[in-house]
Ligand binder design. Sequence first.
Ligand SMILES: NC(=O)c1ccc[n+]([C@@H]2O[C@H](COP(=O)([O-])OP(=O)(O)OC[C@H]3O[C@@H](n4cnc5c(N)ncnc54)[C@H](O)[C@@H]3O)[C@@H](O)[C@H]2O)c1
Length: 439
Amino acid sequence: MLSNSTNRRVFLQGASAAAIAVGVSGSVLAADPAEKAVVAVIGTGGMGTGHVRTLSARNDVEIAWLCDVDEKRLASAAEVVKQAKGKSPQITRDLRQVLDDKTVDAVWIATPDHWHTPAALLALNAGKHVYVEKPCSHNIREGRLLVDAAQRTGKVVQVGTQSRSTACVQDGIQRVLNGDIGDVLISKAWNSQLRGTIGKSQPGMPPANLDYDTWLGPAPAVPYRPNLLPGVWRWWYDFGCGDIGNDGVHDIDVALWGLGVTTHPHRVSCFGTKLFFDDDQQFPDSQYSVCEYAPDPKTGKKKQFIFEQRIWSPYLQEGYENGAAFYGTKGVLIMGHTIGWKLFGPRNKLIAERTGSADLAAHHTNFLDCIRGKVKQTNAHPMVGHLAATIVHLSNIAARVDSVLHFNPETEQISNHEAAAMLVKRKYREGHWSVPKDV
Ligand SMILES: NC(=O)c1ccc[n+]([C@@H]2O[C@H](COP(=O)([O-])OP(=O)(O)OC[C@H]3O[C@@H](n4cnc5c(N)ncnc54)[C@H](O)[C@@H]3O)[C@@H](O)[C@H]2O)c1
């Protein structure tokens, strides 16, 4: 077994070109899964540890590195690998050490959102394939940089919306795209669940186990406060995208897939406010977005996408907590996030249904298959991630400025509102090594 990538690359010089996938920087991985992919997980918190567990169960990968800025989380994720594989991975708090390791083929990025694109760009430029958690960007400009960098480097990118690789979801979407419910003119995604409050806090000292300066990375150097962690950075503008960019983006992605759109909307309106929580959370707890797509050049038809969110609801919506619905001229398909779907015809006749749950391992397999050259494109390639994340960002911007936005899908600029146009990008920490060039 050749576990050393340098040896492996030498060995592969004689291998069949058809059997290998080659990126511009020379990273080569055999189609044969006996040749292990050497990988790293960057960010070993809640979801990162989920990736570590799922990857540890595979025989076709070697987890060479784990990286986290929190010593405790790093140690506990390393223990997961040790228990599963009998060998500890290398650990670091500085992702650049991982990227400097020429033997690493691919990295999984499961940091907070403000690190997603900056880390992904550094990894792509270092010649690594990238699995990056959703939303793939913290703002619209970053999403574009990610799409362009994937194209420029020729590296494989998978965005962490695992519904794209989940058989039950694929089946439902295929029926929608096949015309089983007629022409789908509108789709909707919703996020209806009961979240906890993040309370109110004052700036304080970060815990000793956390390298807070690296945690901040490209974000403005705001003081640490207790209700940034764990996980609740999501509700702060500098680090997250609200629940629309957290749970919402999964179903937004599915809803856009079935709607069949391959571009951005040209008009977006969104009301968003806090009706329930009285805490530090900066994003809305109640949010309603309507996006309109310009007439399709082939059909001449416009389409609409709707998003609804109430994160204070201890009950289901349309039978599912989170989900997506496709409104066709002959029927409707209602899909629950990670649960299944039902297809109704005229007069609500149930025509078909299926249950199933999200398949993270299948999403990993699809990424690895693409690196090995077995499939041409990942199921959640960067443009798919960018389209869904852009809905998140435009909706949040429209809610913040309380206006209908006119968006140019080609230039990815807001044309009718000066303050909103500024929010297509964000403010970075001046001089930090992680700040992307050309932002
Ligand atoms: N695909 C899914 O179903 C799913 C589910 C949950 C979360 N997520 C995504 O995963 C990401 C992480 O979410 P979470 O809930 O695990 O958050 P979390 O806060 O629990 O974990 C993030 C981890 O990243 C670490 N980190 C921060 N900066 C880092 C850096 N520069 N280098 C290395 N590590 C760094 C933190 O210390 C923390 O351990 C989010 O983007 C979220 O949207 C995806």
